[in-house]
Write a new protein. Structure first.
Length: 227
């Protein structure tokens, strides 16, 4: 028996095929239900309106990322970047459907507005997580990093939608690593030498390194000295 997530995905795929072939405005809920082999009432038990079908997988993705970020991570900055790569991977697995959705959304202003709201939910999830992981970091600092990660992901994803060579997981990994370097949260390797006893610990950071990240790295170095 198909899971609820699989059911929603199947209905979404049927809807996207209709939106692509017939047009978004010309496709009714009854058309979608008939194409998916379900009743109108079954459709409305899962979706409030036909525009909800466009973004059906995002709710599941947000739930998955929330669970992922709730786990312990040695490097929260990297965890946010990995969360973005997980989203990219999901869309890559269903590339054809993702491309159909992209073109449908681009053609309908109301759907573009809905997509903007959806993107903001990812940003909020990432920034809230960073503020929780680093209580000392500023709200603006967390928001900036979350927005930059999301924008980088979306840029590479759009390139994939357009079949550009830049639309690849390798490109995303490279750009997210560069982003961490720009923000000063890319690890430079372990400490040059392990401290002994109560030896003085000297740490060097770039001026742009966030205060919360400096505190985390110093804490890690001190912990390493107690092993």
């Amino acid at each position: 028996m198909a899971s609820m997530a699989d059911f929603r995905t199947e209905v979404a795929e049927a809807a996207l095929d209709l939106f692509t072939d017939t047009g978004y405005d010309a496709t009714s809920v009854d058309d979608i239900a008939q194409s998916a082999g379900i009743s109108r009432s079954t459709f409305f038990r899962q979706f409030r309106a036909k525009e909800d079908v466009i973004f059906a997988d995002h709710e599941a993705l947000l739930a998955e990322l929330t669970a992922y970020l709730a786990r312990s991570h040695a490097d929260p900055w990297a965890a946010v970047c990995l969360a973005a790569t997980l989203v990219f991977g999901k869309f890559s697995e269903r590339r054809l459907q993702a491309q159909k959705r992209y073109h449908v959304v681009q053609a309908v202003p109301a759907l573009r507005d809905r997509e903007t709201i959806m993107v903001s939910r990812y940003e909020r999830l990432f920034s809230d997580y960073l503020r929780q992981a680093f209580p000392g970091t500023s709200a603006l600092g967390a928001i900036r990093f979350a927005a930059a990660v999301t924008a980088t992901h979306n840029y590479v994803l759009r390139e994939m939608m357009l079949d550009s060579p830049l639309g690849s997981a390798r490109t995303l990994d490279h750009e997210l690593r560069e982003l961490r370097r720009i923000f000063g949260v890319l690890p430079q390797g372990g400490p040059a030498a392990a401290p002994a006893g109560d030896d003085l610990v000297v740490a060097v950071f770039t001026r742009s390194t966030p205060a919360a990240e400096i505190a985390r790295r110093i804490h890690d170095m001190l912990d390493a000295g107690t092993d």
